[in-house]
Design a protein around this ligand. Structure first.
Ligand SMILES: O=C(O)CCC(=O)C(=O)O
Length: 250
């Protein structure tokens, strides 16, 4: 695994690194398939969206307590060490998700994650690509150099349209096994998956341990807030902001 380029991250708010070799990618795909096959009635959270091909799994979160290999990958070793290097101090897992972006899966409106991430000031996240993420299947686009500030938001917590137009968006294609690190104030967005294959990615988020281990609080808070808004709106509420463009499965 390549060392995370801290100075590039500090300047731009994101950094791309090689993380897993071919064997690592094969194992990751197996683990993600296992998680995707879990039933809906567990303590993890599966979310589904309506695509032109029918209902599709779009996200699973809170799976680390129930999958030993993914827990080991996300809470110890090189990913945790990279998070600590970027935060400049020991890190702890704040939350984790898989975004599946199956064929026809929706994209994400321009947003910063920070407004959706309660309790903590600074987070770093990464996208560990399970499949190649390309222009065609909805790779991330990022804005460099604004990770020091929160941008004005619209009524669902995404970046206001007039502000979006003034930002310089750069697509970042991420090959399977590579990892795109980004700050929770790094603006990002992504398009839908227009290809015929899945664009799956694992997204762990970390914070400095000195700010506390708030993972359980995050999921409690999220469950409470999502329960309050359940049944409202036509977009799938996967987040505490309205970034996901997926249609509700009725
Ligand atoms: O997976 C993607 O395409 C974007 C994900 C994203 O921006 C998010 O989950 O906040």
């Amino acid at each position: 695994m390549a060392a995370v380029p801290v100075s590039h991250f500090d300047e731009h708010g994101w950094a791309l690194v090689d993380t897993l070799d071919g064997h690592g990618v094969a194992a990751l795909r197996r683990w993600v398939d296992e998680v995707a096959s879990w039933p809906d009635d567990g303590e993890w959270l599966h979310h589904r969206e309506l695509t032109d091909h029918g209902p599709a799994l779009c996200r699973t979160e809170n799976f680390v307590p129930f999958h030993d290999d993914l827990r080991a990958l996300l809470t110890a070793g090189p990913l945790l060490e990279a998070a600590a290097a970027l935060l400049g101090e020991p890190a702890v897992l704040y939350k984790e998700k898989v975004n599946y972006k199956l064929p026809g899966g929706a994209g994400y409106a321009p947003h910063q994650d920070a407004p959706a991430y309660r309790f903590i000031e600074n987070h770093v996240s990464c996208m560990v690509a399970v499949d190649d993420a390309t222009l065609d299947n909805g790779c991330l686009e990022v804005v460099s150099g604004v990770q020091d500030r929160l941008l004005p938001t619209d009524d669902v917590g995404c970046i206001r349209a007039d502000v979006v137009d003034g930002l310089e968006w750069a697509p970042v294609e991420v090959l399977a096994g590579q990892t795109l690190w980004f700050h929770s104030r790094t603006p990002h967005r992504s398009g839908p998956n227009r290809s015929t294959a899945a664009r799956r990615a694992l997204y762990p988020t970390y914070n400095a341990l000195s700010e506390g281990d708030r993972r359980a609080d995050y999921y409690d808070q999220k469950a409470a807030e999502l329960a309050r808004t359940a049944g409202h709106g036509h977009r799938v509420p996967v987040s505490l902001i309205g970034d996901f463009q997926g249609r509700v499965v009725s």
